[in-house]
Design a protein around this ligand. Sequence first.
Ligand code: GAR
Length: 215
Amino acid sequence: MSRKRVGILISGRGSNMASLVDAARRDDCAYEIACVISNRPDAPGLQIARNAGIEAVALDHKALGTRDALDAAIHEALLANGAELVVCAGFMRIMTGDFIAKWEGSMINIHPSLLPLFKGLDTHEQALQAGVRVHGCSVHFISAELDAGAIIAQGVVKIGLDDDADTLAARVLPVEHLIYPAVLGALAEGRIRLENGQTVFADDDAASLSILATG
Ligand code: GAR
Protein backbone atom coordinates (compact mmCIF):
# COMPACT_ATOMS: atom_id res chain seq x y z
CA MET A 1 0.00 0.00 0.00
CA SER A 2 1.39 3.41 -0.87
CA ARG A 3 0.78 5.85 1.94
CA LYS A 4 -0.45 9.38 1.38
CA ARG A 5 2.10 11.95 2.45
CA VAL A 6 0.71 14.46 4.95
CA GLY A 7 1.96 17.91 5.90
CA ILE A 8 0.77 19.09 9.32
CA LEU A 9 0.44 22.79 10.17
CA ILE A 10 0.67 23.77 13.83
CA SER A 11 1.12 26.89 15.94
CA GLY A 12 1.68 25.57 19.44
CA ARG A 13 1.43 22.57 21.74
CA GLY A 14 0.95 19.96 19.02
CA SER A 15 -1.05 17.33 20.88
CA ASN A 16 -3.29 16.66 17.85
CA MET A 17 -0.19 16.46 15.67
CA ALA A 18 1.28 13.94 18.13
CA SER A 19 -1.88 11.79 17.88
CA LEU A 20 -1.52 11.77 14.08
CA VAL A 21 2.17 10.91 14.34
CA ASP A 22 1.35 8.02 16.71
CA ALA A 23 -1.37 6.68 14.41
CA ALA A 24 1.02 6.82 11.43
CA ARG A 25 3.33 4.37 13.23
CA ARG A 26 0.83 1.55 12.65
CA ASP A 27 1.64 -0.74 9.73
CA ASP A 28 -1.90 -0.48 8.38
CA CYS A 29 -2.06 3.34 8.51
CA ALA A 30 -2.94 4.86 5.12
CA TYR A 31 -0.80 7.96 5.65
CA GLU A 32 2.69 9.00 6.67
CA ILE A 33 3.78 12.34 8.07
CA ALA A 34 5.91 14.16 5.50
CA CYS A 35 6.58 17.28 7.56
CA VAL A 36 5.35 19.46 10.39
CA ILE A 37 5.31 23.21 9.76
CA SER A 38 4.82 25.90 12.40
CA ASN A 39 4.35 29.64 11.98
CA ARG A 40 5.85 30.01 15.45
CA PRO A 41 9.49 28.93 15.77
CA ASP A 42 9.00 28.33 19.52
CA ALA A 43 6.00 26.00 19.13
CA PRO A 44 6.53 23.02 21.48
CA GLY A 45 5.02 20.78 18.79
CA LEU A 46 8.09 21.29 16.57
CA GLN A 47 10.29 19.56 19.15
CA ILE A 48 7.81 16.68 19.43
CA ALA A 49 8.07 16.25 15.64
CA ARG A 50 11.88 16.41 15.69
CA ASN A 51 12.00 13.83 18.48
CA ALA A 52 9.86 11.57 16.31
CA GLY A 53 12.34 11.98 13.44
CA ILE A 54 9.96 14.06 11.33
CA GLU A 55 11.02 17.03 9.23
CA ALA A 56 10.08 20.09 11.31
CA VAL A 57 9.95 23.47 9.57
CA ALA A 58 9.69 26.82 11.36
CA LEU A 59 8.32 29.66 9.21
CA ASP A 60 8.10 32.72 11.43
CA HIS A 61 5.03 34.69 10.36
CA LYS A 62 6.41 37.84 11.99
CA ALA A 63 9.65 37.67 10.00
CA LEU A 64 7.78 36.84 6.78
CA GLY A 65 5.62 39.92 7.25
CA THR A 66 2.51 39.25 5.17
CA ARG A 67 -0.09 36.51 4.89
CA ASP A 68 0.85 36.03 1.24
CA ALA A 69 4.51 35.52 2.16
CA LEU A 70 3.68 33.03 4.94
CA ASP A 71 1.32 31.03 2.74
CA ALA A 72 3.80 30.98 -0.16
CA ALA A 73 6.52 29.70 2.18
CA ILE A 74 4.19 27.05 3.62
CA HIS A 75 3.14 25.92 0.13
CA GLU A 76 6.78 25.64 -0.95
CA ALA A 77 7.69 23.61 2.17
CA LEU A 78 4.70 21.30 1.61
CA LEU A 79 5.72 20.67 -2.01
CA ALA A 80 9.40 20.26 -1.09
CA ASN A 81 8.38 17.49 1.31
CA GLY A 82 6.03 15.82 -1.15
CA ALA A 83 2.86 16.50 0.83
CA GLU A 84 -0.36 15.34 -0.81
CA LEU A 85 -2.71 16.17 2.07
CA VAL A 86 -2.57 19.09 4.52
CA VAL A 87 -3.82 18.85 8.08
CA CYS A 88 -4.23 21.89 10.31
CA ALA A 89 -3.77 20.91 13.94
CA GLY A 90 -4.02 23.98 16.14
CA PHE A 91 -2.80 26.21 13.30
CA MET A 92 -3.90 29.67 14.36
CA ARG A 93 -3.27 31.84 11.27
CA ILE A 94 -5.94 32.82 8.78
CA MET A 95 -4.93 31.62 5.31
CA THR A 96 -5.26 33.40 1.98
CA GLY A 97 -7.88 32.35 -0.57
CA ASP A 98 -5.12 31.53 -3.08
CA PHE A 99 -3.47 29.08 -0.73
CA ILE A 100 -6.78 27.47 0.25
CA ALA A 101 -7.73 27.07 -3.43
CA LYS A 102 -4.46 25.21 -4.11
CA TRP A 103 -5.29 22.58 -1.49
CA GLU A 104 -9.07 22.50 -1.79
CA GLY A 105 -10.40 19.03 -1.04
CA SER A 106 -7.01 17.98 0.34
CA MET A 107 -6.81 20.20 3.41
CA ILE A 108 -8.70 19.62 6.67
CA ASN A 109 -8.93 21.29 10.06
CA ILE A 110 -10.07 20.36 13.54
CA HIS A 111 -12.03 22.99 15.43
CA PRO A 112 -12.98 22.73 19.12
CA SER A 113 -16.74 23.23 18.80
CA LEU A 114 -19.75 21.65 17.16
CA LEU A 115 -19.73 23.76 14.01
CA PRO A 116 -21.47 25.80 12.75
CA LEU A 117 -21.69 26.94 16.39
CA PHE A 118 -18.85 28.85 17.99
CA LYS A 119 -16.43 29.70 15.20
CA GLY A 120 -13.20 31.54 15.94
CA LEU A 121 -11.48 31.66 19.32
CA ASP A 122 -12.43 30.79 22.93
CA THR A 123 -14.91 28.15 21.78
CA HIS A 124 -15.31 26.48 25.19
CA GLU A 125 -16.08 29.82 26.81
CA GLN A 126 -18.51 30.59 23.98
CA ALA A 127 -20.32 27.28 24.57
CA LEU A 128 -20.62 27.92 28.32
CA GLN A 129 -21.88 31.46 27.73
CA ALA A 130 -24.49 30.20 25.27
CA GLY A 131 -25.73 27.63 27.79
CA VAL A 132 -25.68 24.70 25.35
CA ARG A 133 -25.73 21.27 27.03
CA VAL A 134 -23.47 19.46 24.56
CA HIS A 135 -20.23 20.59 22.99
CA GLY A 136 -17.32 19.00 21.15
CA CYS A 137 -15.14 19.22 18.09
CA SER A 138 -15.55 19.17 14.32
CA VAL A 139 -13.28 18.01 11.53
CA HIS A 140 -13.98 19.81 8.26
CA PHE A 141 -12.54 20.53 4.85
CA ILE A 142 -11.00 23.99 4.75
CA SER A 143 -12.81 26.49 2.55
CA ALA A 144 -12.35 30.21 1.94
CA GLU A 145 -14.65 31.19 4.81
CA LEU A 146 -13.16 30.64 8.28
CA ASP A 147 -14.44 27.52 10.10
CA ALA A 148 -17.21 27.11 7.50
CA GLY A 149 -15.98 24.28 5.26
CA ALA A 150 -17.87 21.03 4.75
CA ILE A 151 -18.07 19.04 7.98
CA ILE A 152 -16.68 15.48 7.91
CA ALA A 153 -17.13 14.25 11.49
CA GLN A 154 -17.93 15.58 14.95
CA GLY A 155 -17.17 14.47 18.47
CA VAL A 156 -19.77 15.25 21.14
CA VAL A 157 -19.35 15.59 24.92
CA LYS A 158 -21.94 16.58 27.54
CA ILE A 159 -21.50 19.82 29.46
CA GLY A 160 -21.71 19.30 33.22
CA LEU A 161 -22.94 21.82 35.77
CA ASP A 162 -19.44 22.20 37.19
CA ASP A 163 -17.68 22.65 33.88
CA ASP A 164 -15.52 25.66 33.16
CA ALA A 165 -13.61 26.37 29.96
CA ASP A 166 -10.59 24.39 31.19
CA THR A 167 -12.46 21.25 32.23
CA LEU A 168 -14.43 21.35 29.01
CA ALA A 169 -11.26 21.73 26.92
CA ALA A 170 -9.74 18.81 28.81
CA ARG A 171 -12.73 16.57 27.96
CA VAL A 172 -12.94 17.62 24.31
CA LEU A 173 -9.22 17.19 23.60
CA PRO A 174 -9.07 13.37 23.98
CA VAL A 175 -12.03 13.17 21.58
CA GLU A 176 -10.05 15.30 19.10
CA HIS A 177 -7.17 12.86 19.45
CA LEU A 178 -9.46 9.95 18.55
CA ILE A 179 -11.41 11.49 15.73
CA TYR A 180 -8.63 13.25 13.81
CA PRO A 181 -6.47 10.18 12.99
CA ALA A 182 -9.63 8.27 12.03
CA VAL A 183 -10.82 10.98 9.64
CA LEU A 184 -7.37 11.44 8.14
CA GLY A 185 -7.16 7.67 7.58
CA ALA A 186 -10.47 7.68 5.71
CA LEU A 187 -9.39 10.70 3.64
CA ALA A 188 -6.05 9.06 2.80
CA GLU A 189 -7.89 5.90 1.73
CA GLY A 190 -10.08 7.94 -0.60
CA ARG A 191 -13.28 7.10 1.31
CA ILE A 192 -14.08 10.78 1.90
CA ARG A 193 -14.02 13.55 -0.66
CA LEU A 194 -15.19 17.09 -1.19
CA GLU A 195 -17.67 17.59 -4.01
CA ASN A 196 -19.48 20.87 -4.74
CA GLY A 197 -18.80 22.12 -1.24
CA GLN A 198 -20.21 18.99 0.43
CA THR A 199 -18.52 16.00 2.01
CA VAL A 200 -19.16 12.80 0.09
CA PHE A 201 -18.72 9.48 1.91
CA ALA A 202 -17.91 6.30 0.02
CA ASP A 203 -19.35 3.95 2.62
CA ASP A 204 -21.19 3.74 5.95
CA ASP A 205 -17.98 3.46 7.96
CA ALA A 206 -16.65 6.71 6.52
CA ALA A 207 -19.97 8.41 7.22
CA SER A 208 -20.01 7.28 10.84
CA LEU A 209 -16.68 8.54 12.08
CA SER A 210 -18.43 10.84 14.55
CA ILE A 211 -18.08 10.10 18.26
CA LEU A 212 -20.53 10.38 21.16
CA ALA A 213 -18.25 10.47 24.18
CA THR A 214 -19.66 9.29 27.50
CA GLY A 215 -18.58 10.50 30.93
C1 GAR B 1 -7.04 22.10 19.66
O1 GAR B 1 -8.03 22.07 20.64
C2 GAR B 1 -7.63 22.45 18.32
O2 GAR B 1 -8.93 21.95 18.12
C3 GAR B 1 -7.66 23.95 18.38
O3 GAR B 1 -6.47 24.32 19.02
C4 GAR B 1 -6.07 23.26 19.90
C5 GAR B 1 -4.66 22.90 19.54
O4 GAR B 1 -4.12 22.01 20.46
N1 GAR B 1 -7.75 24.53 17.08
C6 GAR B 1 -8.34 25.69 16.84
O5 GAR B 1 -8.83 26.39 17.71
C7 GAR B 1 -8.34 26.10 15.38
N2 GAR B 1 -9.19 27.23 15.18
P1 GAR B 1 -2.87 21.12 20.06
O6 GAR B 1 -1.79 22.07 19.56
O7 GAR B 1 -2.47 20.45 21.34
O8 GAR B 1 -3.30 20.14 19.00
